[in-house]
Design a protein around this ligand. Structure first.
Ligand SMILES: [Zn+2]
Ligand SMILES: [Zn+2]
Ligand SMILES: [Zn+2]
Length: 233
């Protein structure tokens, strides 16, 4: 009896142990390989990307495009700047639609924080000029500093921050009539003050409203006709 319990325990232990070993074996074989594959892809990407930049510097745009095609097939997250360099390559190959899309992507990713934002905007205009002969220049609204909203005097309280009590009409008391004659009661809504904090601005006197200068957009878009000679590199 005691012996068979021991034997069973031994068998169970052996099963658990071999199960664990198997698990470690699976981890050791699969996981490092995945990591290695990712490392390899990253190295390949770095190589291609450096070669593409070099090709752009040497004005070999077709070569750069080929490298970008190879990069595109890699399963990797690209740095934001890549969109800019791809756009610049496409622009120089006369592929303006692709260039425009790439510069727009770069500007969406980096807005005005990207180090190539100024160039990207310029080249985007150049691409637009070649596609349709005009472009739109956007300037930030000075009034709202691009936020699309600006503080204006509260229209409800006219900037006073308080409203005249609509129950007692500013008197603070309410007159009631009963059998014993007239009675005055303190107004509950304004607690006898005749005023209460403005319900619209909560006493701040101004409210955040749609900027009327830019109609809430935060920027102005001005159509500019292209003078291609002016834009030539
Ligand atoms: Zn504005
Ligand atoms: Zn009142
Ligand atoms: Zn107000």
């Amino acid at each position: 009896m005691n012996q068979s319990v021991l034997v069973n325990q031994f068998i169970n232990l052996k099963k658990t142990y071999s199960g664990l070993l198997y698990f470690v074996f699976i981890l050791a074989t699969l996981f490092p390989q995945t990591l290695l594959a990712q490392d390899d892809t990253r190295l390949i990407f770095k190589k291609y990307y450096a070669q593409a930049i070099e090709a752009i510097e040497q004005k070999k745009y077709a070569e750069a495009e080929n490298l970008f095609k190879k990069i595109g097939r890699l399963d990797i997250t690209f740095p934001d700047d890549l969109a800019y360099f791809y756009g610049y390559t496409q622009l120089n190959l006369g592929k303006y639609v692709q260039a425009k899309a790439a510069f727009e992507k770069y500007l969406t990713l980096r807005t005005d924080t990207g180090r190539y934002a100024g160039f990207a905007n310029h080249y985007l205009h150049l691409a637009d000029c070649n596609i349709k002969g005009h472009y739109f220049e956007t300037t930030t609204c000075d009034q709202c500093h691009g936020k699309g909203k600006s503080e204006t005097q509260c229209r409800t309280c006219k900037g006073k921050g308080t409203e005249v009590c609509n129950i007692c009409f500013g008197r603070g008391v309410l007159k009631t009539q009963d059998n014993f004659g007239e009675k005055f009661e303190t107004c509950k809504k304004c607690v006898g003050t005749g005023y209460y904090t403005c319900s619209k601005c909560q006493g701040k006197s101004n409210e955040l409203d749609k900027c009327l200068i830019c109609d809430g957009k935060g920027f102005f878009s001005i159509r500019k006709e292209c003078n291609l000679l002016e834009h030539k590199e």
